[in-house]
Design a binder for this molecule. Structure first.
Ligand SMILES: C[S@@+](CC[C@H](N)C(=O)[O-])C[C@H]1O[C@@H](n2cnc3c(N)ncnc32)[C@H](O)[C@@H]1O
Length: 263
């Protein structure tokens, strides 16, 4: 039995952004001036809404800086395994366009940004309202940047449970990066964003991720790509997949690819 309880999150209003009062009300957050020691805080930090845990660990997303900006300047830089897993080159050769992708496990949007900077249109679904709020405000800020605008415009962000949403969507590819099971967490533990997600979200549940794979297999016209840690089992789908499956390895990650017959 898990003894996980959702963290106690409050908001701090920046007078420069009075409109955030509505966002905080929609998220059901109490606005305070001074958070208590044990409280998590959602507040603006130099622009985007950022989430800070009681230990002071902060998740602030800025797609206009660092790796994200670099990826915008050099599309697909450092992303050869992901590009291959999505089948971008072969799809483009056949269809003369890039595949559209539903990223059904949005998280902090890093993979979605990578896919959009490769030129794919991406529908990005994140179920957790706070993670969605952080992503949404960060994308809004990136839209104001001349170099990032085009990448942003390829991303449509939704706050929903992808299991429910997927059957309403049409897409070439569904991409899944569910939380890693505890027993195979290794390097992911050291990443700040993942540490925050691991406490913010209920413990990873392989059966729920398997249900997401079922929904993805129903929706994707071309392929489903599942990002897994090296050494992890495949996600448990409810029925054995009868099509072809392949794997692509990168240093810490494996992509499991479920191919549909291309017709
Ligand atoms: C490991 S993180 C994804 C990280 C992401 N690929 C990135 O690059 O930042 C998994 C995320 O998927 C979200 N998620 C899990 N199941 C979901 C579902 N059924 N619908 C929407 N989001 C889901 C979780 O809330 C979490 O934020």
């Amino acid at each position: 039995m898990s003894n996980w309880t959702p963290p106690n999150v409050v908001a701090v209003l920046d007078p420069a952004y009075p409109q955030d009062e509505l966002i905080y009300a929609e998220l059901g957050l109490t606005v305070v001036c001074e958070p208590a020691d044990e409280q998590w805080v959602l507040k603006r930090v130099d622009g985007p809404l950022s989430l800070i845990n009681p230990q002071g660990l902060m998740q602030r997303l800025d797609f206009t800086e660092g790796k994200s900006r670099h990826r915008t300047r050099e599309p697909g830089h450092g992303a050869a395994p992901l590009r291959k897993a999505l089948g971008v080159a072969s799809f483009e050769k056949r269809r003369l366009r890039k595949p559209c992708v539903v990223d059904a496990t949005g998280g902090w949007g890093q993979d979605a940004w990578l896919m959009a900077s490769m030129g794919c249109d991406v529908i990005l679904i994140e179920q957790h309202p706070l993670v969605h709020a952080v992503l949404s405000s960060s994308l809004d800020i990136a839209k104001l940047d001349d170099q990032c605008k085009e990448t942003c415009e390829r991303i449509t962000l939704l706050n929903a449970d992808a299991c429910e949403m997927l059957s309403n969507l049409e897409t070439d590819v569904v991409y899944l990066d569910p939380m890693y099971p505890h027993r195979v967490r290794k390097k992911a533990d050291s990443k700040k964003g993942m540490q925050i997600l691991q406490t913010l979200l209920p413990p990873a549940n392989e059966n729920l991720s398997g249900a997401l794979l079922d929904a993805a297999l129903f929706t994707a016209a071309q392929r489903v790509v599942v990002k897994r840690p090296k050494g992890a089992d495949r996600l448990p789908a409810s029925q054995p997949f009868t099509g072809q499956t392949i794997e692509i390895q990168s240093p810490n990650t494996r992509y499991d690819i479920y191919l549909r017959p291309t017709g």
